[in-house]
Design a binder for this molecule. Structure first.
Ligand SMILES: NC(=O)c1ccc[n+]([C@@H]2O[C@H](COP(=O)([O-])OP(=O)(O)OC[C@H]3O[C@@H](n4cnc5c(N)ncnc54)[C@H](O)[C@@H]3O)[C@@H](O)[C@H]2O)c1
Ligand SMILES: O=P(O)(O)OC[C@H](O)CO
Length: 298
């Protein structure tokens, strides 16, 4: 039996930041695999009885988590993850569609470092859903320091949110190699073109890539060491081993598996994705300097 309350599922960095933000206006429950000392922490069963769920677990874990734990009972769901499943090449909205009807689900996108949200610093986010009613239901839960926008371009927001993580790795590599600000700006601008081209193939709108979900989140993530993906890129440029980089990071960097997913999709559908492909090759051991040479070829 579901009740009228709200729960965040996943108490990692983003789950905790959203819990903090939404708790400014109402009581919000939170749950995670391991018990954490957070106000209103509950077990998963209690969380799943809430009408409004915000799910903030890594993209690669979602399918198995849904299979093992989720029973649809009329809940309204906001997905806070950003990534593409590498094993299948499926977008998160495709994975969720087997578990939650489209009118009951939305996807959060836009520039939003958890650390800043947890400090109550202002930002603007997009709730992407086929249902404007769902946006109207979730939007009032957000605090005054977060402005929410509505978009029906779910696939565009998903591609943008996932792709910018791969480009943030590339941008971190660029800084790690000391290639300069011209190179970094060129990379980010061409990255934006690349992700829009990729998104267009799957039916995204161009305007999504020019707004908060696209340029907004890309400029944020590809310009700051606050980004985990950017830090992965920095480590790769310094020839650090990926395993060591991830141990040091201690949190998820979605761009790693998403690079693999984009690479596979680009081959399958013959989409031109040079930067994402080079990131994927670097993650597989190619030298970042050789990738640079290949990207600069006429
Ligand atoms: N951190 C940010 O600033 C931020 C902002 C926007 C979006 N996101 C996205 O949110 C998602 C989560 O990121 P995060 O920052 O919270 O990562 P994190 O590494 O801090 O936390 C991930 C959480 O997921 C849980 N988890 C992992 N595997 C699980 C499984 N199989 N079943 C249940 N729970 C599992 C972990 O226990 C942990 O609590 C990612 O897709 C990320 O791209 C993060
Ligand atoms: O730290 P990152 O690289 O996972 O990026 C976090 C958010 O997606 C920024 O909007």
């Amino acid at each position: 039996m579901i009740n009228n309350s709200i729960a965040v599922i996943g108490a990692g960095k983003w789950g905790q930041a959203l819990h903090f933000a939404l708790s400014q206006k109402q009581k919000v429950l939170i749950t995670s695999r391991t018990k954490k000392d957070i106000e209103n922490f509950v077990d998963l069963k209690t969380a799943l009885e809430c009408k409004y769920l915000i799910i903030a677990i890594p993209a690669q874990e979602i399918r198995s988590w849904l299979k093992d734990n989720f029973v649809f009972n009329g809940q309204k769901v906001l997905v806070a993850s950003k990534g593409i499943e590498a094993s299948s090449g499926e977008f998160l909205n495709e994975i969720y569609s087997s578990f939650v009807p489209k009118k009951n689900i939305g996807f959060i996108s836009g520039p939003s470092f958890a650390t800043e949200v947890k400090q109550g610093l202002p930002c603007a986010l997009v709730i992407n859903s086929n249902s404007k009613k769902l946006f109207k239901q979730f939007s009032p839960f957000f605090p005054n320091f977060i402005k929410t926008y509505y978009s029906s371009d779910v696939i565009g927001a998903e591609v943008a949110g996932a792709y910018k993580n791969v480009l943030a790795i590339a941008s971190g590599i660029c800084e790690g190699l000391n290639l300069g600000k011209n190179a970094q700006a060129s990379l980010i601008a061409r990255g934006l073109v690349e992700m829009e081209r990729f998104g267009k193939f799957f039916g995204s709108k161009k305007s999504t890539f020019l707004g908060l979900s696209g340029a907004g989140d890309l400029f944020l993530t590809a310009n700051s060491t606050m980004s985990r993906n950017y830090r992965v890129g920095l480590g790769l440029a310094l020839n650090k081993n990926l395993e060591d980089i991830l141990i040091e990071l201690g949190e998820v960097a979605e761009g790693i598996k998403t690079a693999e997913a984009i690479h596979n999709l680009s081959i399958k559908y013959n989409i031109y994705t040079p930067i994402a492909n080079e990131v994927n090759l670097i993650l597989d051991g190619k030298s970042p300097k050789d990738s640079l040479k290949d990207l600069l070829k006429h």
